[in-house]
Design a protein around this ligand. Structure first.
Ligand code: DON
Length: 308
């Protein structure tokens, strides 16, 4: 598909956009990120990495993990159980909004990509303790990335746990309405640790390639996720993956993708490539500003939109 030199050129073309964004600071530990960073990797359907920028730099997944917890929750519980408790519709609201929880009857979160929906999904992962649930999620991520050294960043998890009172209030609201059944502090403990799972853009691109290949690892041909569940995940990535910018992103890029406030973007290209991007300068919706720019450039140059 793309040569390393070409990817490098596109990264450098997108990099000036980092100046237009701001790093997230509502989770204090994320404020330490270097605003000018931009790195990208592509894992091809032939099982090769192409990378540009500082591709060894680690970052936390933040909301990108919501795709993976959704997949694991459906593998654990089945679609009926999951979608009895969380909806399938985009919100048009910011990712951490509480507004629709109050105005909708029954009070279930609109989709699994917003914080309320992800907190509800967190509650569904099978495991007797936070350690067991986190261990299962990490084992799944080790499988997807073929990298068993992936862990969570304790400083980032602790920083969000200490300051995440908006997420706590979403949990209490949903607990009152029976969407969440577990102890809120335990849900927050697991949620903040899963958001703090740390990797580099190569690992992320490899996970994207499994989604792009409908649940098969393109390097080993091993089936990791049932195809039907990957279809659900990629549909949410298109409709809700870039929050209240998902419509514009679908129009401009047209690749199933998921962003996180760390500046991560996971992409699953229909032709079979996985994309992992890290650029911590964010736009006002919480998406990596240069990362989105790079996705636009890649999509235009290589005809990646699923709509064309
Ligand atoms: O719950 C939070 O606010 C963060 N752990 C994740 C939010 C996030 O990444 C939204 N992304 N654009």
């Amino acid at each position: 598909m793309i040569e390393q030199k070409e990817l490098q050129e596109l990264v450098e073309t997108a990099r000036p956009a980092t100046k237009e964004g701001k790093v997230a600071d509502y989770i204090p530990a994320l404020a330490k990120a270097d605003k000018g960073d931009l790195a990208a990797a592509i894992f091809t359907k032939d099982g090769e990495f192409i990378a540009a920028g500082n591709d060894e730099k680690k970052f936390t997944l933040q909301s990108v993990v919501k795709v993976l917890t959704l997949v694991l929750a459906i593998m654990d519980r089945g679609t009926d159980y999951v979608f009895d408790r969380v909806g399938m519709e985009p919100t048009g609201d910011p990712f951490n909004s509480i507004a629709k929880l109050e105005t909708r009857v029954p009070s279930k979160p609109l989709n699994p990509m917003i914080n309320a929906g992800a907190l509800a999904v967190t509650n569904m992962i099978v495991g007797a303790s936070v350690e067991e649930k986190l261990g299962r999620l990490l084992a799944f991520i080790h499988d997807l990335s073929e990298n068993s050294s992936i862990r969570f960043n304790e400083e980032v998890a602790e920083s969000e746990f200490r300051t995440g009172d908006l997420n706590r209030s979403l949990c209490y609201f949903m607990k009152q309405h029976g969407v969440i059944t577990e102890d809120v502090e335990k849900t927050m403990d697991f949620y903040t640790k899963m958001c703090a799972i740390e990797m580099n853009c190569r690992d992320l691109s490899r996970i994207g390639a499994v989604l792009a290949n409908n649940g098969n690892d393109p390097a080993t041909q091993r089936r990791i996720i049932p195809g039907q569940i990957v279809r659900i995940a990629k549909t949410f990535m298109v409709t809700c993956g870039m929050y209240n910018a998902s419509g514009e992103f679908a129009m401009r890029v047209g690749v199933p993708a998921k962003s996180g406030v760390s500046g991560a973007i996971l992409g699953a290209v229909a032709q079979g490539e996985g994309i992992g991007i890290y650029g911590p300068a964010l736009d006002d919706k919480g998406n990596s500003v240069a990362g989105v720019r790079l996705m636009e450039l890649l999509s235009a140059q290589y005809g990646l939109s699923i709509f064309s």
